[in-house]
Design a protein around this ligand. Structure first.
Ligand code: SAM
Ligand code: F3S
Length: 448
């Protein structure tokens, strides 16, 4: 019988992280190893995303491809998790009665038990509840793959932006205890991890309880993580302009391990639209954060998220967004066309911007931001960068691939034993999606 587990993941880094945990759980409980095609699998998992359109369609079309495998072998188990599962719940069975297990982002740790029930003959297991902290307690330690690792520090979101489904599918914000986070990071560093990415929907809402009843915020957590032997680079994602405190800004001045790159979603450059989106801040407040960050860390690059075509967005609102981009000179941002999410407040607003207009605005915005990213890349040519060598280059396995602090891929020729460590490279050329470099030698320690 096939022993493998196949997983299909849609969506964000949170989902990628959750998927890696699901695989680790099933390996521990059922001895299942990951396989690369559905045909080889005994358990088929889908980790869904409902942040933007076509989420349901993608789920059901993928399930349609899996159905013949279940028809051919009734022992095959199909489980659907993630945000669409959380949102749709039992409705999934109306269109796909052959699914065995439905679970949400906060109950993935119960997956082994649910699968065991199905193996014992139960049909249709479902658990899409939000049992808070229990999830963190029951996840196996991360498997170390390369010198960079994600560490989940908080879950959920309580911001309730009017367009966003996440608070409904992942639940309210809750933080993982501080001691657990640090223990995991100490173990990762001991296993060779050099870069830690602190992960959550709103990591600057982090309030981790300590064993002696104190509460640690993100700014303090970063200082503790920087003090862990072996950790030389710290990133976090995603943060929110609210709660971007002076203490957090100060860490950019004080903690050299914290990279000079920040992803801080803004969504629009028009105050009227920000208010309709219920973002809780103005463009002026956002600009003030960026100004202070640039004072604390002059070489910092800021990337962001935009939504174009929010209900009621006029040409004038869009022009304000473009002027805002011009002023802030963002780097490599993510922009999306607004997509009404059933059940969110904005879905009740008239979606009055035509699809054609939305696409037009998106193209203009993306073109301008790509120009800025290209300018930043070109300015790196000739500079020396401290890069973390992650593996062999994708296009030419004789070369190495590494990442700069600004999250750029650099390919260069160098010895394979650099993999997993930092190196100094001089940037020799800027290509559309990567940089080229020349290896100068081993990297120096970061210093304040
Ligand atoms: N925590 C982040 C923040 O501060 O905004 C965002 C997390 S959200 C899951 C990721 C991105 O998806 C958002 O920044 C937004 O640009 C995009 N997004 C969310 N809902 C959307 C919708 N209904 N339509 C289009 N894009 C959406
Ligand atoms: Fe969504 Fe806004 Fe939270 S975009 S994830 S509700 S900060």
């Amino acid at each position: 019988m096939n022993k493998g587990v196949y997983i299909k993941t849609f969506g964000c880094q949170m989902n990628e992280y959750d998927s890696s945990k699901m695989l680790a759980l099933l390996e521990r409980s059922h001895g299942l190893t990951p396989v690369t095609s559905p045909e080889q699998a005994r358990v088929l998992l889908m980790n869904t995303c409902s942040v933007r359109e076509k989420a349901q369609e993608k789920l059901f079309s993928e399930l349609g491809r899996w159905r013949p495998l279940k028809d051919a072998d009734p022992n095959v188990i199909i489980a659907v998790g993630g945000c669409v599962a959380s949102q749709e719940g039992e409705l999934i069975w109306e269109r796909a009665p052959f699914v065995d297990v439905v679970f949400g982002p906060q109950t993935l740790h119960r997956l082994p038990a649910m699968i065991a029930e199905v193996e014992r003959g139960a049909s249709r297991m479902i658990d899409i509840s939000f049992p808070e902290i229990e999830k963190f307690d029951n996840l196996p330690p991360a498997r170390v793959e390369g010198p960079s690792a994600f560490v989940s520090i908080m879950e959920g979101c309580s911001k309730y932006c009017s367009f966003c489904i996440v608070p409904y599918t992942r639940g309210e914000e809750f933080s993982r205890p501080f001691d657990d986070v640090i223990t995991e990071i100490v173990d990762l560093a001991a296993a060779g991890v050099r870069e830690v990415v602190l992960l959550g929907q709103n990591v600057n809402a982090y309030r981790g309880a300590t064993h002696d009843g104190q509460v640690v915020d993100l700014a303090a957590l970063i200082r503790y993580v920087a003090a862990v032997d072996g950790v030389e680079r710290i990133r976090f994602t995603t943060s929110h302009p609210l709660e971007f405190t002076p203490r957090l800004i100060q860490t950019y001045a004080d903690v050299p391990e914290l990279v000079s790159h920040l992803h801080l979603p803004v969504q629009s450059g028009a105050d009227r639209i920000l208010a309709l989106m219920k973002r809780g801040h103005t463009t002026l407040e956002y600009k003030s954060i960026i100004r202070r960050l640039r004072e604390a860390r002059p070489d910092i690059l800021i990337s962001t998220d935009f939504i174009v075509g929010f209900p009621g967005e006029t040409d004038e609102d869009f022009a304000r967004t473009m002027a805002f981009i011009e002023e802030l000179r963002f780097d490599q941002s993510f922009s999306f066309i607004y997509s009404a999410r059933p059940g969110t407040p904005a879905a009740a607003l008239p979606d009055d911007v035509s699809q054609h207009e939305k696409q037009h605005r998106l193209a203009i915005l993306q073109r301008r931001i790509t120009e800025f990213a290209d300018e930043y890349n070109a300015a790196m040519v000739g500079t020396t960068q401290r890069v973390l060598v992650t593996g062999h280059a994708r296009k030419d396995a004789r070369e190495l691939a590494a990442r700069t602090a600004h999250n750029r891929v650099v390919n260069f020729a160098g010895p394979a034993d650099l993999i997993g460590d930092f190196a100094e490279v001089r940037i020799s050329a800027a290509l559309p999606n990567s940089l080229r470099g020349e290896w100068l030698g081993a990297a120096l320690e970061v210093s304040a």
